[in-house]
Design a protein around this ligand. Structure first.
Ligand code: AMP
Ligand code: MG
Length: 391
């Protein structure tokens, strides 16, 4: 039995970042850059007008200018402006080399082909210099950066169409339990609907992972062992639900041993989710999560998610942790850390009514889990606690 902190550390030590993969930029949303990306161009690629107005060859004391032409965005027409000459220009258009300022149309008075300035101006104003955002061969985004929508846009402005990212893990969910049936069939006495697989799939997809392989087995050693063998062959991670406790029909641990999965830890000093197993076979990682639904999801968030995110290249994996004030006092026995389903409002975190590991009713409405360390017994109202944010 290990502490929560030891378990998290052991998982980190046994998880490697996933290998590199080429991705089309359009498919790369939420992937993590495997290496630095260098800009293939200057951006902007030319001196660019930031306003609709006039580009001038301005010299001291000149107040009026002759308009000799027009440059719209996208035009490649070149003008050689002499002192006192101007061109009509629009936002995004290329400013002639001979122009030293763009004045916005609002401060200009135009009479036929003559314009005069109604305000003081400053040389170079409203001209975006070539390479102002980034120069050719400069690092555009560093390795480890999440490709968010803005990053997609930024890399596309540089003309890139492909990036090298960390591959996302191939994940399988193996559900065990002879009492479990698929919704759509009426329940016989003693049966319940199987819900952990869809819940874990939802959690994976919520954090941007690919759709997992889903397999179900009854409480039977041979079929559990066979399923683990098959899934190990084709996945980086296996998440197993149920069958990892100490009941007579819990076969997961024995099946894992049969398949050569080495135990890294079994059981964590926590509530809920004490009977959780983490192991590896070569570079394949296995999390055997408790069957009770709230325990399974808690263990997914605290243990499986950081490993999956680290594999994907995320530099600070795991749920985001914040400090908030407890809505009411809470007491517990020492020895086990607690994860309490909770809701956040402002800087107050409210402990949900139902904390049963068998129930999902409060979890379904929670946006956070309060983490109470193992050794502390009393948590007064308004005291500051660690809170893990969930999506
Ligand atoms: P176990 O860890 O297999 O002993 O299961 C603990 C409890 O969780 C039992 O009440 C199971 O019926 C329930 N349970 C296990 N797996 C699932 C599942 N996939 N969906 C819903 N409930 C489950
Ligand atoms: Mg079971």
């Amino acid at each position: 039995m290990v502490t929560v902190e030891e378990a998290i550390k052991l998982i980190d030590q046994n998880t490697n970042q996933g290998p590199a993969e080429n991705k089309k930029l359009e498919d790369a949303l939420n992937y993590i850059l495997f290496s630095d990306v260098f800009s293939p161009i200057d951006m902007p690629p030319f001196r660019q007008s930031a306003m609709d107005g006039y580009a001038l060859n301005f010299q001291a004391d000149l107040k009026s200018f002759e308009v000799i032409g027009e440059i719209a965005a996208g035009s490649s027409e070149l003008f050689d402006l002499k002192p006192g000459e101007a061109v009509r220009i629009f936002t995004g258009a290329a400013v002639p080399d001979s122009a030293n300022v763009v004045v916005q149309q609002e401060i200009v008075e135009r009479k036929e082909n003559k314009i005069s300035l109604m305000k003081e101006i400053q040389i170079a104003q409203n001209i975006r210099p070539r390479g102002e955002q980034i120069s050719h061969n400069e690092v555009a985004l560093k390795k480890g950066t999440v490709i968010n929508p803005a990053a997609l846009g930024f890399l596309t402005t540089l003309g890139l169409t492909e990036v090298v990212v960390h591959r996302k893990p191939a994940v399988a969910i193996l559900t065990t339990g002879s009492e479990l049936v698929k919704p759509g069939t009426p329940l016989k006495h003693g049966q319940i609907y199987e819900s952990n697989s869809v819940m874990l799939m939802g959690a994976l997809m919520n954090y941007g992972f690919e759709k997992p392989t889903m397999v179900k087995v009854k409480d039977d050693l041979a079929s559990t062992s066979q399923a683990i063998e098959n899934l190990l062959a084709e996945h980086d991670f296996i998440l197993i639900s149920g069958g990892i406790s100490v009941g007579d029909y819990d076969y997961v641990k024995e099946a894992l041993t049969q398949q050569g999965v080495q135990e890294i830890f079994y059981k964590v000093k926590q509530k809920p989710g004490k009977p959780v197993f983490f192991g590896r076979k070569e570079n394949k990682l296995v999390f055997a999560l408790p069957g009770n639904p709230a325990s399974a999801l808690t263990c997914f968030y605290v243990y499986a998610l950081p490993a999956l995110q680290k594999f994907s290249g995320i530099s600070q994996p795991g749920l985001q942790k914040v400090k908030l004030k407890l809505n009411k006092s809470f007491a517990k026995k020492p020895g086990l850390a607690h994860f309490l389903k909770s809701t956040i409002s402002g800087d107050i975190v409210t402990i949900s009514d139902s904390q049963s590991s068998a129930m999902l009713n409060s979890f379904a409405q929670a946006d956070a889990m309060i983490y109470l360390p193992a050794d502390q017994e009393n948590f007064p109202e308004n005291s500051t606690v660690d809170v893990l944010l969930i999506r």
